[in-house]
Design a protein around this ligand. Structure first.
Ligand SMILES: Cc1cc2nc3c(=O)[nH]c(=O)nc-3n(C[C@H](O)[C@H](O)[C@H](O)COP(=O)(O)OP(=O)(O)OC[C@H]3O[C@@H](n4cnc5c(N)ncnc54)[C@H](O)[C@@H]3O)c2cc1C
Length: 340
């Protein structure tokens, strides 16, 4: 039977899980739909690629004792006229939090040489994790531009010194032909047993197919209240284009918290958010904490070495701790300094 004021959340990643926990804490019944029955810690997938075991966190445990109905289903369609997901799940208000995809994020297995294509934050973390854990594996990091170009001069120096010390070959200003995302063909003519593509986060076509206003990448364009072009559909996390901000867990969690407050009537203010740092792990014992302006551009100041590795690890743990605390009624807070 269709209930009134049903809020349905599509996707239980960082953004969707935060929205579900907080809405439930506000006393709003919520339905969460995800293809898996557990939250995948996506910010640790580079560790998984290097061989770590990072078990997903079951939603049943995360939302224990909360009014969150979980439906395990792969979302295929949104029928906006009849307000139905996959033709069967009704909604009154919909939060679209299906994230993005970077595939394949497989384990390197027995590969003796690995090429990581794309040296954004994910590519840097992936190459360094593998290089540290498997010193006998030849790691090459390839990018179409300059590696570390979005970091301060000090951070760039540290990054290059770390890669040199760990025998990682850097190939810059080389665009790797699209030979198929899962292909193990040599990038730029250099052979590799395994190729990990970290070039960009791809978006599901579902939003576009539903007729929502999306940008060229397929992200739902949202206004200052995270509303899509459909007044009953909101978008958060990687799936949302909020003023072109970087896809990150750092903004997905605040968006989830904000949308819960907005749907529960706890705020009528616009969403406000400013970046403060970028944290990059270089294996388990080193890292870079790059201080940034609210618009994510780097300041000169950065922390490196073991202290930076600790901060990064603390932040990774804090994402899950904050979801658990939210489920227990301790509200998550975030930096609201806006970019100029
Ligand atoms: C290796 C790596 C390291 C990263 N490190 C950082 C970092 O240090 N800091 C940072 O801020 N960000 C980091 N990121 C980016 C961060 O992981 C993403 O920005 C973040 O996960 C986005 O959260 P989300 O809730 O939008 O989506 P996700 O966390 O991707 O969750 C999406 C959910 O939707 C579900 N889903 C998707 N499609 C469907 C479907 N059709 N039907 C049903 N369910 C579906 C998925 O199962 C998933 O549960 C990193 C990413 C990677 C890959």
């Amino acid at each position: 039977m269709r209930m009134k004021n049903d809020v349905v959340i599509l996707g239980g990643g960082y953004g969707g899980a935060m929205a579900a926990a907080r809405l439930a804490r506000h006393g709003v019944p919520v339905t969460l739909v995800d293809a898996r029955d557990a939250l995948v810690e996506r910010i640790r997938l580079h560790q998984v690629a290097a061989g770590d075991d990072v078990p997903p966190i079951p939603y049943a445990r995360l939302f224990r004792n909360l009014p969150v109905t979980f439906i395990r289903a792969r979302v295929e369609t949104i029928d906006r006229e009849r307000k139905l997901i996959n033709g069967t799940i009704p909604y009154d208000k919909l939060v679209y939090a299906l994230g993005s995809i970077n595939a394949p994020f497989a384990r390197i297995g027995n590969a003796r040489s690995v090429a990581v294509i794309g040296a954004g934050l994910t590519g840097i973390e992936t190459a360094s994790e593998i290089a540290e854990r498997h010193p006998d594996v030849k790691v090459t990091l390839v990018d179409a531009g300059t590696i570390g170009r979005n970091l301060s001069a000090n951070a760039q120096r540290h990054l290059r010194a770390w890669f040199a010390a760990h025998d990682v070959t850097l190939i810059e200003n080389e665009r790797v032909p699209n030979v198929g995302r899962a292909s193990a063909r040599p990038p730029g003519g250099r052979a590799a047993d395994a190729v990990l593509w970290c070039t960009s986060f791809a978006l599901s076509p579902i939003a576009k197919e539903a007729g929502l206003h999306v940008n060229a990448r397929g992200q739902i364009v949202v206004d200052d209240h995270l509303r899509s072009s459909d007044p009953d559909i909101y978008a958060i996390g990687d799936a949302a284009d909020f003023r072109g901000r970087r896809m990150s867990c750092a903004i997905a969690l605040p968006m989830g918290a904000y949308i819960a407050d907005a749907l529960a009537g706890a705020t009528g203010d616009p969403f406000r958010f400013g970046f403060a740092i970028q944290c990059i792990s270089l294996g388990r014992n080193d890292g870079i904490v790059q201080f940034v302006h609210a618009d994510d551009s780097p300041k000169e100041r950065c922390l490196t070495g073991r202290p930076a590795a600790w901060i990064k690890e603390l932040i990774c743990r804090y994402t899950i701790v904050s979801l658990r605390l939210e489920s227990r009624g301790v509200h998550y807070r975030w930096p609201k300094t806006e970019a100029a």
